[in-house]
Structures are given as C-alpha cells and as structure tokens.
Design a protein around this ligand. Sequence first.
Ligand code: 13P
Ligand code: SF4
Length: 350
Amino acid sequence: SDPHLVERARAAKAALGNRVFVLGHHYQRDEVIQFADVTGDSFKLAKEAAARPDAEFIVFCGVHFMAESADILTSENQRVILPDLAAGCSMADMAVLEQVEQCWDTLADLGIAESTVPVTYMNSSADIKGFVGRNKGVVCTSSNAKRALDWAFAQGDKVLFLPDQHLGRNTAVLEMGFSLDDCVLYDPHKPSGGLTADQLRSAKMILWRGHCSVHGRFTLETVNDVRERVPGVNVLVHPECRHEVVTAADYVGSTEFIIKTLDAAEPGSKWAVGTELNLVRRLADAHPDKQVMFLDKTVCYCSTMNRIDLPHLVWALEELVAGRVPNQITVEAATAHHARAALDQMLALP
Ligand code: 13P
Ligand code: SF4
C-alpha cells in the first residue's frame, strides 16, 4: 500500500489514541486490516464492539449491516463510522422489511405465524433484526446458527429463516437432521412466496430466497475440479455456499472456523478454501508450510467489502482528528430497541 497513506493513517490513529477503536472483518483488504485493533467474523466483531465502552468512535471496516449492529450494541455516546457508505451487502438487501411483513401476514392468515419463530442471519438490515425482535426471534451468525435453531425449535415448531437460504438449509439438513423436504423456499417476489398453503403448513424451515453473490459462485464442478487437479486436497467452505457444495466439502464453517482449521492443519497438507479471496490470500501467506489455495479458478472478492480501502480509512480517521464525525451509522431508537432484543437473545444462547 501507498507508504504516504500508511504514514497518514498511523499518525491519525496515534492522534486519536484510545478514543478510536478500529474493527476489521476478515474479508477486508490487507491495507485496511493492518490498522484494525481487532479482526474477526461478524459474531466476534459484534461482541468486540459491545465490549469497548471507552472508545468514543468505532470505525467499522466491514459492511453496513455490521456497522448498524455495532451501533445497536454500543452505548448512546459512542459513534459508529463506516468509512464508505457504499459498503453494503447484496444478501442483506435481498430482505426488505415490507416483504418480510407481507410474508408474516401470509403465515398469520394461515394461522401458523404464532408457532413460527423468525431467525435472521446477522447479514440483514437493522429493520429486519427489529422485525425479528418484535416477533420474539433471534439473530444468528454462521458460527452459532445451529445453537440459534436449537433455541428456536424449543420456542415453536417452525422457523422463518432470513435472508440466506443456504445457511438456513445447510444448518437444518447437515446439523439438525432435517430433510430437504422439510425446507421450502419463500420467494418474496411471488404471491405467498410462490408456495401453497399446504407447503407452508407442513414445512419445518421456511427459507427466504436470499443468497451471497460471492459464495454463491462456487459450484459442485469447482469442488470436483479441484479434487481432480490436487489429489489429497481438503475442501473447506463457508456455510453461505450452495448445499451441494457444502455437502461435497470436507469441512464447513464460519470465517473464524476456517482460520482455526488452517492453524491446526498439518504441515504439508493441502487446502482448497471456498470463501472470500482477501481472506484466502492472507491465509495462504500465513501458512507457507501448507498448500492453501482458492477453491475457484476465477477471482472472487466481495466488491462491497472491498469498497473500504486505505484512502477511505485515512479520510475517516483524519476527519475525526479534525473534530468532525464522518459517515456515522445510526439506527432509529424503536428499531434499535427491538433489534437489540434479537441480538441479546443471540448473545445469550447457551
Ligand atoms: P462470517 O464473518 O460470520 O463468517 O460471515 C461471512 C460474511 O459473509 C460476512 O459478510
Ligand atoms: Fe454480503 Fe456475501 Fe459480501 Fe458477506 S461476502 S458482505 S454476505 S455479499
């Protein structure tokens, strides 16, 4: 990265001292990660944000829904800053509050809303988390989805899972013992989600039709291809990948799980990793004694994660030094109240 910008970022951080705390998601660029006070998956970062009551400014190097969650979990006088407001998440955008409310009305008309527990992946807007909190549900991440579903099925007999169909399906089928037939796919662009009343009544898991455009690119052919090219390779993927990819993989888990698995791997072992490319590159650099490669042959960055680059980070830090608060992310009080209930429920999972 540009040494001049590196120097400016260093100077601005030093000038701010303990007043600023920089969080970096694992998918961030190296040039940004070098300035993170802590790195993590979305679960760890949510907890870290909540555990820093002394920091006046939380600079969130990640995407919009993560900054919203940090705002919800931090105290009133703390400000959360997203260095580029265009850093959104296409998956989170696939569930809009009006659509989810319409879905809930459909379930209510069928008399099944009462026994349905809404569960939303962290990768959703504060509005959706607020909806889930109002309806006594829970937030989950890729590291605690099974625990969240165990809890949800102790509260009701059906789950509406938002917005990632793959995390929902993969967890239900591979970790909870449900069959594919227990899951139905609710398409928000069709009346009643494109499902019949019978399908909705008999489903255990109603999966929202959302997905991650980055992890959705890995296919069964990618897995078969790497196994052919690299004999003895271990395939390690994120649960946002399609069901057939996760089924064909050797290991599946969140970004933190992927990191820990590679830390514990034998020297000389071979790993094809199916997640975002910034993280896979960093893991390959960190493990020169192992063969760590990207699962796909083509590049696969998360373009919105990549919006946060060193120039944006320097700009945000220098604005803070100058006494201005740039790109503050705030969640309206009523929404934050209910979203907080759903997040607290997640943090309280056994
Ligand atoms: P985790 O950090 O929870 O593994 O999620 C991956 C992701 O896609 C974040 O946007
Ligand atoms: Fe969203 Fe996928 Fe990017 Fe994560 S990797 S921020 S889920 S688009």
